[in-house]
Design a protein around this ligand. Sequence first.
Ligand SMILES: NC(=O)c1ccc[n+]([C@@H]2O[C@H](COP(=O)([O-])OP(=O)(O)OC[C@H]3O[C@@H](n4cnc5c(N)ncnc54)[C@H](O)[C@@H]3O)[C@@H](O)[C@H]2O)c1
Ligand SMILES: O=c1ccn([C@@H]2O[C@H](COP(=O)(O)OP(=O)(O)O[C@H]3O[C@H](CO)[C@@H](O)[C@H](O)[C@H]3O)[C@@H](O)[C@H]2O)c(=O)[nH]1
Length: 887
Amino acid sequence: MVIQKICCIGAGYVGGPTCSVMALKCPDIEITVVDLSKDRIAQWNSNEKLPIFEPGLMEIVQQCRGRNLFFSTDIVSAIRKADLIFISVNTPTKTFGMGKGRAADLKYVEGAARMIAENAEGNKIVVEKSTVPVRAAESIMNILKANNKPNSSYQILSNPEFLAEGTAVQDLLHADRVLIGGEETAEGQEAVRQLSWVYEHWIPSSKVVTMNTWSSELSKLAANAFLAQRISSINSLSAVCEATGADVSEVARAVGLDTRIGPKFLQASVGFGGSCFQKDILNLVYICECLNLPHVAAYWQQVIDMNEYQKSRFAEKVVSSLFNTVTDKRIAVLGFAFKKNTGDTRESPAIYVSTHLLAEGAHLHIYDPKVEPHQIVDDLNSSTMDPDIVNRNVVIHSDAYSATKNTHALIVCTEWDEFVTLDYEKIYADMMKPAYIFDGRKILDHDFLQNLGFHVQTIGKKMHRDVARAWGCFFLLVLGSIPAVSNMGVIHLEVQQSPKSTLTKSELSDHILKWFPTVSKTCTDSHDLEKYILADKVLSQNVVRIKLETEESKLEQVQCHVYSLDETGPQTDFIEGEETIPSATHYILPCAELDSVWDTLEYDTGVKEELLNFARTAMLFAKHQVCEDIIGINRVVLLHGPPGTGKTTLCKALAHKLAIRLTDTFECGQLIEINSHSLFSKWFSESGKLVMQMFSKIRELVMEPNYFLCVLIDEVESLAHARNAGSTDAEPADSMRVVNALLTQIDSIRRFPNVLILTTSNVTKAIDIAFVDRADIKKYIGLPSADVLTKIYYSCVQELIKKKLIRAKETTSGNEYVLSKEEVEYLEKTARKSVGLSGRNARKLPFLGYAKYLGSDYPDLLQFLAALDSAVNDEFNDRKMISTNDN
Ligand SMILES: NC(=O)c1ccc[n+]([C@@H]2O[C@H](COP(=O)([O-])OP(=O)(O)OC[C@H]3O[C@@H](n4cnc5c(N)ncnc54)[C@H](O)[C@@H]3O)[C@@H](O)[C@H]2O)c1
Ligand SMILES: O=c1ccn([C@@H]2O[C@H](COP(=O)(O)OP(=O)(O)O[C@H]3O[C@H](CO)[C@@H](O)[C@H](O)[C@H]3O)[C@@H](O)[C@H]2O)c(=O)[nH]1
């Protein structure tokens, strides 16, 4: 038999293009494509628009249609006259019954088989083109045989299709291989030869691969599983890249250069979509489960699970980047098809992302060059299950510019070429600020977009990576190569606004957030930063300085804290008792007095950061009104340890720092430093009352919710004296009254969300246990280690060089003098020798050494280090003398 007439049942994405190319290449064969859907067939017969969009397809259809290519709804006569019948109907995942959600639904295949059985006469070759489970051919044969007419016979072949949408014509013209599976009987092999002959009209015979039917069926599922597995593999690594600073495109390139692996299908994305991958893998999983192969089933299931994870990760990234809420925000979705060059939306990740955002209350503005508006609406309706939401919150646009206008964010869901060449300058100008882009396909020029001012997020690449590296370096310079700075996390820009500035804080912050990404690429030290500030007209007029800090965290973002310094200085508060008593020192924060203190405090790694994080988290919980009966938090800190270790200074600096970091939440900060000693009246019984009076003043301040208040109780032991310790210099009853008053007052103000109570003590044991219990953090601040002493001396050296009191060689980096190896060793030796001194002592010794051992003329650094070393020796000798005399 020579095949002269072919019928294809199913005029969809496979049947249409396959038969069109076959008709083009086999002019000697008449091909009729049939379908139950009248509309579809009408569209295939139209000259305006085919039912599917495929580049190059219209030209082929127009060339062959009416010649040897026909589209018809007359299924019966097409079956009757055909020598060979393709079954190319849909095989979706079952939505009910056994295998629901996983098994392939073969009802359309069965329907087609029954039509053939009812209508065919003579010898027919029936070809499974649809993707089917292994041994589906057997079921088709059973149907055909059960309904066999006396004069008819069949051969069943498996001929799975490997075309991908968007490139279907090219894939069909230049297929990597054509797979034909048939029975090993003589008739079966003859049928295989017949079909091979058809393909060999344009496919080299070496690429027409034949095998047994079951292998052919399984190979189709296997090919899709392998392809999807590669995407899930690279997508899984994209998450690792985002968390580490690696770039998934670089990783994919490196991996793909291995010829054993190859470069294709390693493009990380928002997740794979399309009508095949998920359905075919689920089908494979189901088959494995039915064959009692649970390990194999679990292995392939993971490919799907990873894809779900990738889609949800991306959608959540959008929400978290937009300050954790998209409610009532306008978001443009560019691209709705599951990939470019197709209008198909089946399993498109855009549906998932859009549904997620709609559930969060976003308003979506969607544009896709090829997807019909009604299709988008249908997809969202069936996904959200609430047409009201779609009616109210979705607008479909006919171009990208109108879709993005006035939106807060733009999401690229499909990699359409036209999205790469859009005028992003115009788009940026028309969007709300700050404007966000989420590139789910990694097709855009991210540096360019950042330069325009966009906040950019993408897959598998941590944005601002260069920034973090550069500023890690900046910190090493400023802090003398001591602290380890993570290159992940939040970048804090602390911006001191000039008193002359006329901008609002948010105007200045917006400007800096646009300016910073560009500058951060080239600027590597503090010296440079000043240059950049001066070079920017707005900043040079409105900013005194910008300080930059990184903080380890999972998120990476730039936060801008604009503040002005209070220059009026602290004031003393008085309370009236038997006499007028100076009860507290009152600072408005941030203030000039405390401005540089935080940086000069040196502790072992993590102490300052831990306190800052504690305080910030405590304020965050308070702001969100976390119930304190469920999560116990008092916002009380106790720093204890030997005198001279900087506990009080640390508390003040912390209050100042918090006031800067909390500028978004509070208008300004205040620090009340309670003078504990003065509250101890010589009429001791008065003390309880004084405490009450003091706190009633504090309560007035706390009532102003826009102000953040730190209450510092220094040497708290003098107030919170252990009730059971007994007092030698006062009546125990009085002592108890003071403690009770203090505890009651602390309890009454700590409930306010804008208050933080900082306390210090040199003698922890003497503090009332009820007070110690109230402190959330009880931090021991001990004498400095050799490392910390090195940092202290290092900062002294830098200060004296800067103020031209000691001479150093010219080698500088930024504003810092870089010590030679010999100088560092000397400094470290002196620091080791100084262990046992407090920070306060250590900071005095450079002065004492200078005064005692150096003349007035400009000594060099080594001379100074020798003087410092001698001063350390003197200090220990003096201490020995004192303790000897004491004895
Ligand atoms: N879409 C792809 O890229 C692709 C690629 C390779 C393989 N496949 C596989 O090919 C098969 C078809 O996929 P598709 O994307 O072309 O599906 P599709 O839904 O686009 O087309 C299937 C067509 O079959 C028609 N149909 C169903 N039952 C019929 C019947 N009894 N008689 C006549 N017409 C009937 C439907 O009306 C529909 O038009 C599926 O098994 C699929 O897994 C698809
Ligand atoms: O590196 C890549 C490659 C693809 N995708 C995505 O994967 C999905 C599927 O893409 P593709 O395979 O190109 O399109 P399909 O039309 O679904 O084609 C697949 O499914 C068909 C149906 O079985 C098979 O015939 C094809 O061989 C097989 O590639 C799309 O969402 C793509 O965006 C990626 O995310 N990264």
